[in-house]
Design a protein around this ligand. Structure first.
Ligand SMILES: Cc1cc2nc3c(=O)[nH]c(=O)nc-3n(C[C@H](O)[C@H](O)[C@H](O)COP(=O)(O)OP(=O)(O)OC[C@H]3O[C@@H](n4cnc5c(N)ncnc54)[C@H](O)[C@@H]3O)c2cc1C
Length: 441
């Protein structure tokens, strides 16, 4: 009987267990996790914080699902991996031996590197425990400061505002999320935040957290301004958890380097999800992502390969459908972005691939809060951002993922003598006939 050990019970780890069980019904599968809450929707934490969903909606697996998967759980932190001995140490919880092991250990929020950052009341949104703590802090807080960029900083801002906390959102630069949004898109988001009562502070850098009796009482900015607050929420990026991989001698850069089989540089050790760094054929780079779907697909591919069922993980153009200040936004492929001082690394729900600027022509269409941005390559669409009206979200996901040859409409697109949205939609209908009914049915 084959023994599989998976470190991490996030979506990558659980998907790997599904793949192993589907291929090797007799396998012994052990899932190790230090998170007492196990497997839940991490993106859903933002909706729990804002009060839109109850906590029970975060758990994605029912008792019967676990029974069907038939895995053994070991609670605790994996502390040392000894690949030569096929052994994983778990601190006081003992040790496990394995035939194949998967590291699906995810990423962790980067800590704020300023004095006072360890005061009570400084919060992050990483785990269910963090979200629960934020809800408790918000109950007592009258005023909060949020720092950082990307999706999570807005989720914190909006979540706290929804809980009637007065929010000051500090931006180090002059606009929101320049790594991914262009100026028009940033302004659309900022405008809505201000309308919702959020106090935006541009060109403002937090340099110190000030406390009273061990608790956050205010923050001090570079210009010497003091902003009183009872809560400081931070989302300045994430870092892959590389401790085990580095100690075990796996090849790493910003993540654990894996090949198309999701195998690491060390025999019988695989990696998947937020901790893995994969090759992106579109940009020709090894990229990090903190996205739910790629973590799921990578985990599944890793699980299959661990059983000996050879399959390749093909990195697709990254996409996310998210919400920024109440506006639904789809981000796909490669868009090119500007320097972002609010993020030290990539944010949650992001792909490094979005930031790469490939050789292409950028086209725009804006109507009220609805915005369409396209990056047009020589033969294919390279990237797109759809803000507001989402009619083109699926068509563009498919056209970009499938690398559909756009030669028939390229000239027309560039001349822009037809509205971009109509041209794209009609082209998608013509090239993807199967999906037509789904979109309108
Ligand atoms: C607030 C928030 C918002 C997000 N928004 C989006 C979004 O809009 N769209 C999107 O696509 N994605 C979003 N994401 C990201 C998405 O949830 C992640 O990409 C995905 O959950 C990664 O899954 P994973 O299995 O790789 O890692 P994780 O879910 O992080 O799981 C890793 C697990 O490993 C465990 N672990 C780590 N080290 C050890 C150890 N040494 N010993 C034992 N256990 C260990 C951890 O406790 C954890 O259970 C968001 C995430 C958060 C937190």
């Amino acid at each position: 009987m084959n023994r599989y050990v998976i470190v991490g019970t996030g979506v990558a780890g659980v998907s790997a267990a599904q793949a192993i069980r589907a291929t090797d019904p007799a396998a012994e599968i052990t899932l190790v996790s230090e998170d007492p809450h196990g497997f839940y929707s991490r993106p859903g934490l933002a909706y729990y914080l804002s009060g839109e969903i109850p906590d029970k909606q975060l758990w994605l697996y029912a008792k019967e699902d676990w029974q069907r998967l038939n895995v053994r759980f070991v609670a605790g932190r994996a502390t040392r991996l000894l690949p030569g001995e096929h052994r994983l140490e778990l601190g006081p919880a003992g040790a496990l031996t394995y035939d194949r092991l998967l590291l699906a250990v995810g990423a962790k929020a980067v800590r704020l590197p300023v004095p006072g950052a360890d005061l009570d009341g400084v919060a992050y949104l990483d785990t269910f425990e963090d979200a629960r703590r934020l809800v408790a802090l918000a109950r007592r807080a009258r005023s909060a400061v949020v720092v950082g960029g990307g999706i999570t900083s807005l989720e914190l801002t909006e979540g706290l505002a929804a809980r009637k906390v007065r929010v000051h959102y500090l931006l180090r630069g002059d606009r929101y999320w320049p790594a991914v949004l262009d100026e028009t898109e940033s302004r659309l988001v900022e405008h809505r935040l201000v309308e919702d009562g959020v106090h935006l502070h541009y060109n403002t850098e937090l340099v110190e957290v000030l406390g009273r009796r061990g608790r956050v009482a205010a923050i001090r900015t570079e210009k010497g301004e003091i902003i009183p607050c009872d809560l400081l929420a931070v989302a300045i990026g994430t870092r892959a958890r590389l401790e085990l991989a580095q100690q075990a001698g796996l090849e790493t850069q910003r993540g654990i380097l894996v090949n198309e089989q999701m195998a690491s540089s060390v025999p019988d050790v695989f990696a998947a999800g937020d901790c893995a760094q994969v090759f992106d054929p579109l940009t020709g780079q090894w990229v990090m992502e903190t996205l739910w779907n790629p973590a799921r697909w990578q985990g599944y591919a890793a699980g299959l390969n661990m059983t000996g069922y050879e399959t390749k993980y093909h990195h697709r153009p990254s996409f996310n459908v998210t919400r920024l200040a109440g506006l639904t936004v789809t981000i796909i492929g490669s868009l090119g972005g500007s320097r972002d001082d609010d993020l030290l690394t990539i944010a949650r729900g992001e792909s490094e691939a979005w930031r790469f600027g490939l050789e292409g022509v950028t086209l725009y269409q804006t109507a009220d809060v609805n915005r369409l941005r396209l990056v047009v390559g020589q033969k294919t669409l390279l990237g797109a951002l759809v803000m507001g009206d989402q009619t083109l979200s699926i068509p563009l996901q498919e056209l970009i993922t499938d690398q559909t040859d756009i030669t028939p409409i390229r000239e027309q697109l560039l001349r822009a003598d037809v509205p971009l949205d109509k041209l794209i939609f009609n082209f998608w209908q013509a090239t993807h006939p199967r999906q037509r009914g789904d979109q309108h049915g």
